[in-house]
Design a protein around this ligand. Structure first.
Ligand code: HEC
Length: 165
């Protein structure tokens, strides 16, 4: 009986491996709507974004070896899908300026509150744990782009009308 249960469990684990969620990999990640095409993204900022944010907020995820094992693969795919849906730096300027402005505001808030990168990610990605200095660098950068937007567009075009962010 015990043996049968164990064989049953082993079978489920093996079969689960057959399901492969699609991976987030693009041959040309930075297209015409990339944030750096329109706004200033200094190299030190880009470097922090690459390491700490792009796995979930760009068109390219760097998958660790265990990403091929279920149920980890599905867990990650959910985070990437959700993260990209909310904010994709590679397609940042595709959206209305009011949304861009709002997303930058969210970036500042998430960093201040320590909510990003998400905690399940920094357990394994220790290099994505932001130092106080890195946090400040990102906050200053997001603030400076918001200032640029404010100086470039009429005030009411930056107001988020409650359609759907
Ligand atoms: C492991 C995946 C992952 C990483 C890495 C990550 N995020 Fe996220 N992010 C998510 C997910 C999932 C959501 C959506 C759910 C939520 O808000 O918690 C999200 C939401 C956000 C939002 C909210 C957007 C909105 O409009 O509500 C912002 C802003 C954000 N992330 C910024 C960042 C920044 C900046 C970094 C890097 C410092 C980062 N994230 C790293 C997964 C990630």
């Amino acid at each position: 009986m015990k043996k049968k249960i164990l064989i049953g469990i082993a079978l489920v684990v093996v079969l689960a491996q057959l399901y492969r969620p699609e991976q987030n990999i693009s041959a040309t990640p930075a297209g015409e709507f990339d944030i750096a095409k329109k706004y200033n993204v200094p190299q030190n900022v880009q470097q922090i974004l690459d390491v700490a944010c792009y796995d979930c907020h760009s068109n390219n995820t760097r998958y660790p070896w265990y990403a091929n094992i279920q149920p980890v693969a599905s867990f990650m795919a959910n985070h990437v899908d959700e993260g990209k849906h909310e904010l994709n730096f590679n397609e940042f300027t595709k959206r209305r300026v009011a949304i861009q402005n709002h997303k930058l505001e969210e970036v500042i808030e998430m960093i201040k509150e320590g909510e990003m990168p998400i905690s399940s990610y920094t357990i394994t990605h220790t290099d994505a744990r932001l130092t106080t200095e890195q946090k400040q660098t990102l906050i200053n950068w997001a603030t400076s782009i918001m200032d640029t937007l404010k100086a470039t567009y009429p005030a009411d075009s930056l107001v988020l009308k409650r359609k759907r962010a």
